[in-house]
Write a protein that binds this ligand. Structure first.
Ligand code: UDP
Length: 239
């Protein structure tokens, strides 16, 4: 593996890949919350998130969603297509929880009458503030046609993930997606799904008990964090 670190984030390290069109991403064991204020090493988290995210990305790719995943290298590393990350987080919500519940005074667990898609500016410095579509186009983070594609891809991903998770007895409450631009074969740019989909970036509740199987267990000190992650992986492997 090339050991040239291009970027080290809170939960992953990005290395230069074997060629100029790829990166290697390695999942770390570090768990962080509240913009890095709460931080802990949870031995085995990297492996669990890599396994869960790889399984989900492979499922999405089989179902027509293009992603950056080229191949799995080992337990914690993947080879991915190099992209230029679009600096917004796309959040999809099926059930009220987290910041949505807090901001709008809606009890956690309240079903939403329609799926919510919202955007946050990807900026640790500014604490990932929520941003709307006209603000995104105004400051040039993405063009209007790109934003409608992000929304369409996020909603399609939600349909596919909801169908997958229903088979596992897990409720998909909400999740966060990131996208990147890469060169299209015939010139121009195309947009593909990047980053990860794991219990770090989704809310997963057990369908029978509403037990949290995601990073809220870490954020809120609710017990053994990785127990839920192991449960999610086990159920996905048996789905
Ligand atoms: N999320 C994430 N990274 C972020 C912010 C949110 O992965 O920087 C995920 C979070 O795990 C949840 C969903 O996006 O599944 C919605 O998060 P929310 O806006 O409720 O924020 P939070 O309550 O996590 O601060």
């Amino acid at each position: 593996m090339s050991d040239k670190i291009l970027y080290e984030g809170k939960s992953k390290i990005v290395y230069q890949g074997p060629d100029s069109e790829s990166y290697i991403i390695r999942y770390k064991d570090t768990a962080t919350a509240f913009n890095g204020e709460k931080k802990e090493d949870l031995s085995g988290k990297g492996k669990l998130n890599a396994a869960i995210s790889n399984l989900i990305f492979e499922y999405l790719m089989k179902n027509g969603i293009e992603t950056h995943l080229i191949k799995v290298i080992d337990d914690t590393s993947v080879l991915v297509k190099k992209t230029e990350i679009i600096m917004v987080e796309v959040i999809v919500r099926n059930v009220a929880a987290g910041s949505f519940s807090k901001k709008y005074g809606i009890a956690e667990g309240t079903a939403l009458k329609n799926t919510v898609v919202e955007f946050s500016l990807k900026s640790d410095e500014l604490g990932d503030p929520m941003i709307n579509e006209s603000q995104i186009t105004a400051i040039g983070i993405a063009a209007a046609d790109e934003l409608s594609l992000l929304t369409k891809l996020a909603l399609r991903t939600n349909e596919l993930l909801s169908a997958l998770f229903i088979k596992t007895g897990i409720k998909l409450i909400d999740f966060k997606l990131e996208f990147g631009r890469c060169d299209a074969p015939g010139g121009g740019k195309r947009i593909i799904l990047c980053d990860e989909i794991s219990p770090d970036s989704c809310r997963f509740w057990d369908a029978a008990t509403n037990k949290k199987l995601d990073k809220d267990v870490f954020r809120r000190d609710l017990g053994d964090v990785l127990e839920g992650y192991r449960e999610v992986l086990g159920r996905l492997q048996n789905a």
